[in-house]
Design a protein. Structure first.
Length: 91
């Protein structure tokens, strides 16, 4: 099962379980994967991992900004999305 199939399966299970926060993060990953798929370099496991790492980094940087602005509600959402995305990265 490649990364795209795994994400699609997880999206389906998140929809059935009505996990809206997790679903939002999974859809963000799927968006990145679809963009890679249509790009010149194409979708490979390596390019997908790099793109997901980039998204995790974005979420963590956003959380730091929200922390400095005293917005704990947004910090929690960003960190949760980063955690969900990290599940697709190698340990």
């Amino acid at each position: 099962m490649n990364i795209e199939e795994k994400i699609n399966a997880d999206i389906k299970s998140a929809m059935l379980a009505k996990e809206s926060k997790k679903l939002e993060a999974l859809r963000a990953i799927k968006s990145v994967v679809l963009l890679l798929k249509t790009s010149a370099e194409g979708l490979t496991e390596d390019s997908a991992m790099k793109a997901i790492q980039k998204e995790v980094k974005k979420r963590k940087e956003s959380a730091e900004i929200y922390t400095s602005q005293n917005r704990p509600d947004l910090v929690e959402a960003e960190l949760f999305q980063a955690e969900v995305m990290e599940a697709y990265l190698p340990k």
